[in-house]
Design a protein around this ligand. Structure first.
Ligand code: SF4
Length: 366
């Protein structure tokens, strides 16, 4: 059953690690196993990292063509029936929640081009464990959908915005619509949702705008996060090498007075506060990969491929399992086996991924 659907060459064969009970069976369910183990059903990788955060891509389509993400002509997309249905995503979400996932981040492609998104968000948020449901969007369609998203239970938004200058934004994204995205910042805040702005720092393109982004945090209670570009399909390499996180920080005009916040367990960002400013500034060292040791993330892309690291190859293919009528126990076993093969960090995962750098973020799920 599941073994035929695991991507060959990734997972270990044989029994699951000793701290994992068989699929669908917790230690508490074994006669004579002693008191219930509250961690017995959760996902823990071979390095002991508990995985409780799932990035769920709802589409591989996008209404932008960002240079660091994909070529101008776009990338090969799956047929529509290759993409998981909303019902299939809800089923997977329920299984992952039962395995201890507490946060679902909805990604794409651009998730707002997918129909049924509010149904998915409200269904995930209504699961018995009441997980948080978060959204990452490029903001182009946010204004039209914000009320429905909030009513579905969305509480926080990550907005991808790489420039505050219309010309630069248009050059990076190769599309029109800057004003709509720029306006989304205050719309989200006015709706009472939490907001993080993600800016991929592209040398020669937008790195002159770092202080302008910090300025956004002076009056607004939002977080601006500067992200090292990652080497996925697009033109990242044509933009030259990225700027490492410490250098981004050093370039800020506020660098001499900025104060570091305590690092949250499992966070992939370093956060800072400028005294007197309402918001925060963050650095995500996505290329340097300095946070792998505590990474708690899993990914399922729009076609149902599960990854245990952004840089790794798919480690389980859940869609064929679902569509062949697999029961929950079989799906859980496939998920557990993928987790059992998780590598220590993104460098090891990239080395293991023979086709590294060839996929676009829209195919991976951001
Ligand atoms: S590179 Fe992989 S292991 Fe490291 S933080 Fe990113 S997803 Fe997690």
């Amino acid at each position: 059953m599941s073994a035929g659907h695991i991507i060959p060459g990734h997972r270990p064969s044989g029994p699951l690690p000793p701290n994992r009970p068989p699929a669908g069976l917790s230690a508490a369910g074994v006669p004579g196993a002693g008191p219930p183990d509250p961690l017995s059903d959760v996902l823990v990788d071979p390095q002991g990292r508990r995985l409780d955060y799932l990035r769920l891509a709802v589409t591989d389509r996008c209404n932008l063509r960002c240079r660091y993400c994909m070529p101008a002509a776009g990338v090969a997309l799956g047929e529509r029936d290759e993409v998981l249905s909303i019902d299939e995503m809800i089923r997977l979400g329920a299984l992952f929640a039962g395995l201890g996932v507490r946060s679902f981040r909805i990604t794409g492609g651009e998730p707002l081009v997918r129909r049924g998104l509010t149904t998915l968000i409200s269904a995930l948020g209504a699961l018995p464990s009441a997980p948080e449901v978060l959204l990452t969007t490029n903001g182009l369609l946010l204004a039209d959908n914000l009320d429905a998203l909030a009513e579905a239970g969305l509480r926080r938004v990550n907005l991808s915005l790489d420039s505050l200058e219309e010309g630069t934004w248009t050059a990076i994204t190769r599309r029109e619509g800057f004003e709509r995205v720029r306006a989304a910042i205050d719309l989200v805040l006015a709706r009472g949702l939490g907001l993080k702005i993600n800016m991929v720092v592209l040398p020669g393109w937008n790195d002159h705008e770092l202080d302008d982004f910090v300025e956004l945090t002076r009056e607004r209670a939002l977080t601006v996060r500067f992200i090292e570009p990652m080497p996925f399909l697009g033109e990242g390499r044509l933009c030259g090498p990225g700027i490492a996180g410490p250098e981004i920080l050093a370039r800020l005009a506020v660098a001499p007075i900025i104060e570091a916040e305590p690092i949250r367990a499992g966070a992939v960002e370093k956060l800072f506060r400028v005294p007197g400013f309402a918001g925060k500034v963050g650095i995500i060292e996505g290329h340097s990969r300095t946070f792998c040791g505590t990474c708690r993330r899993l990914r399922v892309d729009a076609r149902g491929r599960m990854r245990t690291c952004l840089y790794g190859k798919p480690s389980a293919f859940l869609r064929p399992l679902i569509r062949s009528g697999a029961d929950d126990a079989s799906l859980i076993e496939a998920i557990r086996r993928a987790v059992a093969g998780r590598l220590p960090d993104g460098v090891a995962a990239e080395a293991d991924h023979r086709r590294h750098n060839l996929e676009s973020m829209v195919n991976i799920g951001g």
